[in-house]
Design a protein. Structure first.
Length: 156
């Protein structure tokens, strides 16, 4: 009987856990929905310059949340990363959102893009995700070398 009660309680709580308050008033609730995650870019001793991930498919994607975790560095790096949409007509990329500069190790930094999200500078873009998108990281600073990853969670 205890197992049945626990299973019933869990089944009632799981739908509640499928929602999270992201911002706005206390009445504002957004569905998290089905997601998948992918490590899209690895920086291994990356010096000054820009590195792009391979193209990612955006078909059926509502929102993309990308997190950069700089695990180590040398010099004085200043790294930004972006979610970029690809224009299907020209094949050119345009930036949906760019992070603030990542300066510290082991301090994850997140950015997000998706139609209907409330924009917040260097954190969230309300721009919809294109059918093809990628992540771009730009390392700058004085004799920089950065090691870390950028992983994205994709909401369908």
């Amino acid at each position: 009987m205890n197992r049945l009660a626990i299973a019933l309680a869990a089944s009632l709580l799981l739908p509640i856990l499928g929602f999270a308050q992201v911002g706005g008033s206390q009445d504002t609730v957004y569905s998290i929905g089905p997601t998948r995650s992918a490590k899209v870019l690895t920086l291994a001793g990356q010096g000054a310059g820009t590195v792009n991930s391979p193209d990612q498919t955006g078909f059926g994607v509502k929102n993309v949340l990308c997190v950069m975790n700089q695990s180590s560095h040398t010099g004085t790096p200043s790294t930004t990363f972006s979610i970029q949409n690809k224009d299907p007509g020209s094949g050119q990329y345009f930036t949906a959102i760019t992070s603030a500069a990542v300066l510290l190790d082991a301090t994850p930094s997140a950015i997000s893009s998706g139609g209907g999200l409330k924009p917040l500078a260097n954190v969230v873009s309300g721009m919809p995700v294109s059918t093809t998108w990628r992540v771009s990281a730009t390392v700058g600073g004085t004799t920089p070398s950065v090691t870390g990853t950028i992983a994205c969670t994709i909401q369908q």
